[in-house]
Design a protein around this ligand. Sequence first.
Ligand code: PHE
Ligand code: NA
Length: 444
Amino acid sequence: MQREHWGSRIGFILAAAGSAVGLGNIWKFPYLVGAEGGGAFLVVYIAFLIAIGLCVMIAEIALGRHAQANPFSAFKRVGGAGWSIFGLMAVLTAFLILSFYSVVGGWTIAYVVKTLTGGFSGYSGAEFEGHFGALVTDAVEPIIYHGAFMAIGVLIVINGISGGIEKASKIMMPLLFILLALLVVRSLTLEGAWAGVEYFLVPDWSHLNPDMVAAALGQAFFTLSLGMGALITYGSYLGNKESIPNAAMWVVGLDLLVAVLAGFLILPAVFAFNMDPAAGPGLTFITLPAIFAELPFGTFIQLCFFVLLFVAAITSAISLLQVVVAFICEEFNVGRKAATIWVGIVIFLFGVPSSLALGVWGDVTFFELNFFDFLGYLTDNYFLPLGAIATCLVAGWVSYDKFAAEVTNDGERPFAYLIAWKWMCRVFAPIAIIYVMAHSIFGV
Ligand code: PHE
Ligand code: NA
C-alpha cells in the first residue's frame, strides 16, 4: 500500500507546529520564566532552542522520512535491530506522555464548559484555588473530561494524515494565533502591565545557575516535541521534494513565537494584578481565572483563553496518538480505524490512575511521587533525553551519509550548516543532554 502523505508543505508545517505548540508553551513556559528569573532564562532557552533543539528536530524528521516508517521500524532501518529498542522506547514514551497530557487536556475542556455554563460566575480571587482543587481531586469529573479529550483526538486521527491531522491543524492553528493575539493586546493594555514586560525581557544574570540551565534545555526538548517519536512519525509522511531544514526552522520559529506571545499574555497580567509570577503550575488554572474575573467582559476573555489552551493541547495530543497508531498499524498489520479506536481506549484507561493520583489515590506513591508526577519524572528525565541522544548518534555517526542525503535532498538543496549540524549531532547535543540528565538525576 502507498504510504500516506501530507497534502502540502504548509500542511506539514502547521501539523508539526501544532505538535510543538502545546501546554508546554502556554502553561509551562510562562511559569518557568516566572520561577527561573525572567529574561535570563529566556536568553538561555532561545540559545538552546536554536543550537540544539533545531538540530535534533532536523535529525528526527530526516530519520522518519528516510525510513518511511514509525519510530520502531525507522530506528531498525537506519541502525539495525539493536537501535530499534530506542524506537520502541519512543513509542512507549508517546503512550505514557499522552496518558497524563490528556488528563490536563481534559481540564481545559472542563474550564471551557464551566465558563460557558456560568459555573465560574460569582467566584472571586482566592476562590479559584479551591475550585481548581475541587476539580482535579474529584474522583469522577476529571476522568470524564479526560475521556472527552481522548475521544476528540481519536475522531481526528481516525481520518488519517491529510484528511484528519492536517485538516484539523489548518483550522486550529490559525484560530490559535487569532485568540492569542487578541489576548496579548488585552493583557498589554492593562494598567501596570509594563512591569511584567520588563521582568520577561530584561535579563538579570544573577539567576543564572545549573538548575536554570537544565530547566531551559529540558523545556527546549519538551516544547519541540523531541525525543518521543512525534517528529519521526510526522516526518515519515513528508514528501521527498521538501527541504527538511527549512520546514524545521519554521516549526521552531512558530513554537518560539507562541511561547514569547504567551509570556506577553501572562506575565503582564500577573504583574498588573500584583500576583506572584513564581506561582508555579497553578499560574494558568488559578491565577489567570482570578484575574479574568476582575476584568470587564471577563467571561468572554476567559472563554477565549481556555479555548486557546484546548486547541494547543489537542493539536499536540494527536501527534502523540499518531505515533502509537502508526506503530500498531505497521507492526501488527491492523487497519487505521481499528488501531486508532483501540489505542485511544487503552491510553484513556492508562490515564485514569494519573487523574486519580491527584485526588483519592494521592497516597499511592512510586519512588515517593504520585503516579501523575512519577510518569512526568520518568519521561522527562530518562526516556526523552535517551531518545534524543539515540537520534543524534544515529544521525551523526551510525548512518551519517543517509542523513546527509536526506537533509540536502540528495545534494539538490545544499544546507549551509550541514557540517555544524553534523558535529552538533555527533558531540555537542549528546554532551549537553547527558549533562542535563546527570544534573536532574544526581543533582551534579
Ligand atoms: N510540545 C508539546 C508542548 O509544548 C508537548 C508535546 C510533547 C506534544 C511531545 C507532543 C509530543 O506542549
Ligand atoms: Na511547545
